[in-house]
Design a protein around this ligand. Structure first.
Ligand SMILES: Cc1cc2nc3c(=O)[nH]c(=O)nc-3n(C[C@H](O)[C@H](O)[C@H](O)COP(=O)(O)OP(=O)(O)OC[C@H]3O[C@@H](n4cnc5c(N)ncnc54)[C@H](O)[C@@H]3O)c2cc1C
Length: 433
């Protein structure tokens, strides 16, 4: 095989990381070819057809601090499909609402006026945030989040109502397994960030309309190609280019943007990346379950997102944007709920929903989606690969990568995925110069 004359860029994987990378490069005048194994783009945040409706594989929540995600959606012209609301956590017997005031006043007033916490618990929360602020949110050593909260003498009720729900929702990892450092990074960017950073952003269109459809149109208009249902089996290094086995495509630069569990098979023939494979082989996975409910009439939610209990409990989302009467109930991470039969789980969650909202309208249909490898377990001291690999011309994008600043690691989120894609585009462009 002769070395290529002009650069030819391939992106393997069309989740949010791969799409972000492709759009960034195409927008800067670099044509790309994106290979996606599935028949649609989106990966772990995608559209699913259910009866006559387009729903999401799982309810996703974003926050104002998701800057790169918002920039991507703005570029694609779909940011208007996000609804922005000041942060509000509404759980039985507890409410935290951050007022529209400048930081840090919004947090101070929010904590002071929180319902369901004693004065002692409110001060404990404020003291904890002050302690983290004094450390600039950098812990001297990582450890399980439970240990940090115990050491900071956070009362059990405060942990159950505030810290555990935030940790489980953001890291998709039970508190006792979760990295205290990544938890602190999340608190820094949400509660302790600017008021706008802590805002909740909810998609008011299915995830396919939010990203995948617009990305396909954008890439087609920027001299780039998307090949769906096109699985790459392995990557083979050939002199100064790469052959993608499966589609049989040769590229000079490749961005691998797959789920980390797919890397060992893809990199089978690339011994230079044995270190990366060793790193991701230590990862374990956490599931996310979403129960979709279709009622005969819309439900009267006091806020579009409603906690159904303390600690690790499901959250209900009003999704009347999909169709009037649609509700998504999300349960993060591993737990005993996974041992229930689908009917028992549905009945359990309907009971919790009715406890909050009163008698429910007639249920017309329901569907459970379990993503078994929704995210990696966000454990303390994880060794995550960087976006640049030891091999010239080969880059890694995905929510599992360490990012440009490894001390500032994000959990497995849309923003983590998008940031990694943009960073790979930046590195690749710099290497072309
Ligand atoms: C149910 C659920 C709920 C979630 N909720 C939230 C939330 O509320 N907020 C939030 O920020 N994050 C949430 N997340 C996490 C978020 O969805 C992920 O972090 C993000 O989508 C990961 O994107 P990615 O591009 O890194 O990987 P992926 O989405 O896994 O993309 C990888 C892509 O590569 C493709 N692929 C794999 N192998 C090959 C191959 N050999 N050849 C070609 N293509 C291949 C796959 O088909 C896939 O499309 C949730 C995830 C799930 C599953």
């Amino acid at each position: 095989m002769q070395p290529q004359q002009s650069p030819k860029v391939a992106i393997i994987g069309g989740g949010w990381a791969g799409i972000a990378c492709a759009v960034e490069l195409a927008g800067q005048g670099i044509p790309v070819t994106l290979f996606e194994a599935a028949r649609q783009l989106g990966g772990r945040a995608r559209r699913v057809d259910w009866e006559d409706l387009a729903i999401d594989n799982g309810q996703h929540l974003m926050i104002g601090a998701y800057r790169e995600t918002q920039r991507l959606l703005a570029r694609l012209g779909t940011s208007g499909k996000l609804e922005r609301r000041p942060l509000e956590l509404l759980v039985p017997g507890f409410r935290l609402r951050l007022p529209t005031l400048p930081a840090p006043l919004h947090l101070a007033i929010g904590l002071l006026t929180a319902r369901g916490l004693s004065l002692r618990e409110k001060f404990a929360a404020a003291r904890f945030m002050q302690h983290l602020q004094a450390l600039n949110f950098k812990l001297p050593a990582d450890r399980p989040a439970t240990e940090l909260l115990e050491q900071q003498r956070q009362p059990a009720n405060l942990v159950a109502r505030l810290w555990a729900p935030i940790c489980i929702a953001a890291l998709n990892t039970p508190l006792e397994l979760a990295s205290a450092q990544v938890f602190c990074n999340v608190l820094r960017d949400s509660l302790a960030g600017s008021r706008a950073d802590s805002d909740l952003l909810m998609n008011r269109a299915d995830l396919g309309s939010l990203l995948a459809d617009a990305a396909l149109a954008y890439l087609a208009g920027h001299h780039s190609e998307v090949r769906l249902a096109s699985k790459v089996n392995t990557l083979v290094r050939q002199e100064d280019c790469f052959n993608l086995d499966g589609p049989d495509f040769t590229a000079t630069q490749v961005v691998l943007a797959t789920h980390p569990a797919r890397l060992p098979a893809l990199l089978f023939g690339v011994p230079e990346l044995a270190g990366v494979i060793a790193q991701v082989s230590t990862f374990t996975w956490q599931p996310i379950l979403t129960l979709w409910l279709r009622f005969a009439a819309p439900l009267a939610f006091p806020f579009p997102m409603l906690g159904l209990g303390d600690s690790q409990a499901p959250w209900a989302f009003e999704r009347n944007d999909i169709a009037p009467g649609i509700v998504a109930i999300v349960m993060s991470a591993e737990g005993p709920h996974l041992a229930l039969t689908p009917d028992a789980l549905r009945d359990d969650y309907l009971r919790l929903l009715a406890r909050q909202l009163g008698p429910l309208p007639t249920l017309l249909g329901w569907k459970t989606i379990i993503e078994k490898r929704a995210t990696y377990t966000c454990a303390p001291n994880m060794q995550r690969p960087g976006n640049r690999t030891p091999m010239d011309g080969l880059y890694l994008a995905g929510d599992y990568t360490a990012g440009a600043d490894p001390t500032n690691a994000y959990p497995a989120t849309l923003e983590g995925a998008v940031r990694s894609g943009v960073e790979c585009a930046r590195l690749l462009l710099a290497d072309q110069k």
